[in-house]
Ligand binder design. Structure first.
Ligand SMILES: Cc1ncc(COP(=O)(O)O)c(C=O)c1O
Length: 433
């Protein structure tokens, strides 16, 4: 439970603040005042190990000194001149060219995940052949809440908007296989069906997908899934648009998650891992797409905060530290520690139906009963609340808790955080394993 000063502050703001906050903050009821590295402090002085890394944004932890210095210096010089070039933009382009696969050599800069997904959709629509007026998406994909992005989202994300003109394919959700099959005897049938769909439809211009589905609970595809689908898209002239807003920047152990699945996308959207929590997003693409005369019309990459000098300074500083300190190399080692501890917890607690992850991105799926796999959001909520009370921040959504620590967290602190999670599980289940 939050302390008195926080409760008073929350009551004060509730007088005017519109409801509709995330489940995480509505349940958590905390007022955070400071973040340093992987540790947050609330208004009553309590500390928390942040295994949600902001909103999966703080790859370098909170307030990394070099990012703070870059932002402070930029804040003293210049805040907004529309999309004119400013001091850091060329260097940021060079950095991205170094970090991204070679074919992704052209960039545009925005401020949020949904904004960059919209920009990708505009580029696809601009270059699409006549008649290719549909966009492919995956069930359980999440791409943002603006109308274009929302059109690609076909599950309940708390606001039931019009789910328009997109064509849906099976996602590789092995734990809840839509075809009631099991890997590997399934032969990755979900991918075969998506592949067939792509081959049969001649009106699809692009497939927009998360290589690992993040918001839906870290759904990691089995070998063979992306290979089949990517090949089919290539064969039928369907552009591959990888939405790496959540996974991009090293979180899965490679700069792009898609690199681990052999995906060579035409466009990639990036945001959370780019600028240490400052609003910033980047669209990276093949020159054939982003320099195509129809995609490159005047104004197509401009908006009020696109190319904002503060965002660019924060992104440049963040990515320089990621590269210089070889932080992506650390992700696999820390991720292996998480795999091991979480697998152990799964053997101890029946309510942990599935535990899965890649790099420093893990999902814990809570169930009432392992046989029926019936989702147990009430147990996830109890674990989430107990964890906060014990000094651990995680990310909850429905019956799933996600863990995504900063890349800079040291092993003892990560172990301490996972120990607190074990205690939270113990409390939430009353010790019933
Ligand atoms: C894969 C993906 N795409 C797009 C978005 C939307 O980003 P934003 O919330 O910045 O609009 C998110 C947000 O979580 C995301 O995970």
């Amino acid at each position: 439970m939050s302390g008195l000063r926080q409760r008073e502050r929350l009551a004060q703001e509730a007088v005017h603040l519109a409801p509709g906050a995330s489940e995480e903050s509505a349940l958590g009821r905390r007022v955070f005042v400071e973040g340093r590295g992987a540790v947050l402090t609330d208004l009553d002085g309590n500390q928390y190990i942040d295994l949600a890394a902001g909103t999966l944004t703080q790859s370098l932890g909170h307030c990394h000194p070099e990012v703070v210095a870059a932002l402070t210096a930029q804040a003293e010089r210049l805040w907004n001149v529309h999309d004119f070039s400013t001091a850091d933009r060329a260097a940021l382009c060079d950095l991205l060219a170094d970090l991204l696969p070679e074919q992704l050599d052209t960039y545009a800069f925005f401020s949020t995940g949904a904004e960059v997904v919209e920009a990708a959709l505009r580029a696809v629509q601009a270059v699409a052949e006549p008649g290719r007026n549909r966009i492919g998406a995956l069930r359980y994909g999440f791409h943002g809440k603006t109308q274009g992005a929302r059109m690609l989202v076909h599950w309940d994300i708390g606001n039931q908007a019009f789910a328009g003109n997109s064509v849906l394919g099976y996602s590789p959700y092995c734990y809840r296989c839509p075809l009631d099959l099991e890997y590997p005897s399934c032969g990755v049938r979900c991918a075969t069906l998506v592949r067939r769909h792509i081959a049969e439809k001649s009106n699809v211009s692009a497939l927009v997908f998360e290589p690992v589905l993040g918001a839906a609970g870290v759904i990691v595809p089995p070998p063979g899934y992306w290979e089949q689908i990517a090949e089919s898209c290539r064969e039928h002239g369907v552009l591959l648009v990888a939405d790496e807003v959540l996974t991009g920047g090293g979180r899965t152990g490679t700069f792009l998650a898609g690199e681990q699945f052999g995906i060579e996308p035409d466009l990639v959207t990036l945001s959370k891992g780019m600028a240490s929590g400052f609003p910033f997003a980047a669209l990276a693409g093949r020159a054939e797409v982003l320099r195509h005369p129809r995609a490159a019309q005047a104004g197509s990459t401009a908006s009020t905060y696109a190319n904002n000098p503060l965002g660019i300074a924060a992104a440049r500083a963040t990515l320089e530290v990621v590269r210089r300190d070889a932080l992506i190399g650390q992700v696999a080692g820390l991720g292996a520690l998480m795999d091991e501890r979480l697998a152990q917890l799964r053997t101890e607690y029946q309510v942990l139906g599935d535990v899965r992850g890649i790099g420093l991105l893990h999902g814990l799926e809570f169930v009432r009963d392992r046989a029926t796999r019936q989702p147990a959001p009430e147990i996830a909520r109890a674990v989430y609340r107990h964890a906060l009370d014990l000094g651990l921040r995680t990310a909850i959504g429905g019956h799933i808790i996600r863990l995504a620590p900063p890349f800079t967290i040291d092993r003892p602190l990560l172990e301490e955080g996972l120990g607190l999670l074990a205690q939270a599980l113990e409390r939430a289940t009353g010790g019933q394993q």
